[in-house]
Design a protein around this ligand. Structure first.
Ligand code: NOJ
Ligand code: NOJ
Length: 445
């Protein structure tokens, strides 16, 4: 028996794992969750799952992030028909945003989720969630800039950005909300904790900086300088999340109520991705690298599926103390696809930054630590070392893709979570954000 098992595992490991997830599949599954049957045009459901759990809603955060990736895919796409389809989705989303904002009133854009007919969800929920309008603004600004490049100035003015506040144009509404409300506490990405959050602040800062540029482009100069100044204030706040004693960037500061957390949380890295703009807290930032190292170490020890992993990367969850299993909040949390893909994306972005940005300092000791390698002693050949590090980052990114691939369905379907003991999928089926995070990471390859 043992011999058979041994032979089987040998075959298994030499054959590797069949390819299940792919660009085409994730794209296909993602698109199914935009304006599905019975929903208002432009609605992005978090998942098609209507019960256990019911995720058949439009979350402002999920939708903002998903549509940001749709924009990136649109730019990257070469096939005319697919490109046209992606573009139409962006137009649908832009027009839906008008409805959502009108339904929630000028001051209440922190509303976290909407019904599939575009009306706000009115049951009890963690409110407000101030990341939503920022993430949505980032997406719409990317789209607006592209349209302006193509000469569609009138369309942008009529549908996306107008200096006049009474026009209630989508980007302007979101930027006003962000610039006036960033110093109000709200719930985090995970809708659980009230306070200020690194991820939220990173998105808000980027939205305002991009907004300032767009405002300048559209001759709304007073607004441009207001947005810019508020972004600088957010920057000062962001410096407060670094915890020198713990050696990582905390997810939340000024927490009010809620439960105890170690504050080690993948949301910090999501914030780095979603807030990536200039080189502020970019992937090569020393504090960011330390945070990534701490996150990987923690989940590696925590989840059973991370034992004997051969060539699979570490399965990553939201935060170590998580008790949400995808159905109930008082159980035990598992690894998440989107968290694991965020790590793949991290290593690819870092590789790209080191390879292309001449101003970035190579911190060799820290990079070796990140890669789980011993720092070489004696004199080193710089160009060979750099090449080796870039290759290793690539390989490590690949291992995270392999991890997700290993737990996904054969045909590439992905839910929200991967059970930390059995490896089987858990939680909302076909989570739109799982696909978006896969595609977003792939675009860096
Ligand atoms: C609790 C989870 O932890 C949170 O992330 C989720 O959004 C809500 N339940 C609703 O599903
Ligand atoms: C739970 C996650 O914690 C939250 O970030 C997300 O918005 C919802 N699920 C919907 O996907």
């Amino acid at each position: 028996m043992l011999k058979i098992l041994f032979t089987m595992s040998l075959i298994f490991s030499t054959l590797g794992h069949a390819q299940s997830i792919s660009y085409e599949r994730s794209l296909n599954y993602l698109l199914k969750n935009i304006s599905p049957t019975g929903t208002k045009k432009g609605i992005v459901v978090a998942s098609p799952s209507k019960y256990e759990p019911n995720y058949f809603f439009h979350w402002v955060r999920d939708a903002g992030l998903v549509m940001s990736t749709v924009f990136d895919l649109y730019e990257h796409e070469k096939r005319p028909l697919v490109k046209k389809d992606l573009e139409q989705r962006l137009f649908d989303y832009a027009s839906l945003v008008k409805t959502l904002q009108r339904n929630s009133g000028f001051d209440h854009l922190g509303e976290p989720k909407y019904n599939i007919d575009g009306t706000p969800y009115t049951g009890p929920w963690g409110r407000p969630q101030n990341d939503g309008p920022a993430l949505r603004a980032i997406t719409l600004i990317k789209f607006a800039n592209k349209l302006l490049d193509d000469g569609k100035v009138d369309w942008v003015r009529n549908n996306l950005y107008q200096a006049n506040l009474n026009a209630h144009s989508p980007i302007k509404m979101d930027l006003e909300f962000v610039s006036h409300r960033f110093h109000y506490i709200g719930f985090d990405y995970w809708e659980e904790i009230r306070g200020f959050h690194f991820s939220t602040a990173m998105g808000q800062r980027r939205a305002l900086l991009m907004g300032a540029k767009l405002a300048t482009r559209l001759k709304d100069n007073a607004a441009a300088s207001w947005y810019f100044l508020q972004a600088k204030k957010i920057e000062q706040m962001i410096e407060k999340f670094w915890n020198p004693n713990k050696g990582f960037i905390q997810a939340t500061i000024n927490q009010q109520g809620g439960f105890w957390k170690s504050q080690l949380d993948i949301s910090a890295i999501l914030g780095v991705h979603h807030g990536a703009y200039d080189n502020f807290y970019s992937v090569s930032n020393k504090k960011v690298v330390d945070t990534v190292i701490a996150i990987e170490k923690s989940f590696n020890q925590l989840y059973q599926i991370n034992n004997n992993k051969e060539d699979l990367g570490v399965a990553i969850g939201r935060y170590p103390e998580d008790t949400y299993d995808g159905y109930h909040t008082n159980r035990i949390g598992h690894a998440w696809f989107l968290a694991t893909f965020a790590m793949a994306e991290y290593h690819l972005r870092l590789k790209n930054e080191l390879a292309t940005n001449k101003n970035v300092k190579w911190n060799y000791a820290q990079l070796y630590k990140l890669l789980g390698l011993k720092t070489p002693t004696g004199s080193i050949n710089i160009s060979m070392t750099q090449e080796f590090i870039l290759k290793s980052l690539d390989k490590k990114a690949d291992a995270f893709f392999k991890r997700a691939n290993f737990h996904a369905a054969k045909d590439g379907h992905m839910s929200e979570q991967m059970n930390r003991y059995s490896g089987f999928m858990e939680g909302a089926k076909d989570l739109t954000w799982s696909y978006a995070s896969h595609l977003s990471a792939l675009l860096w390859r």
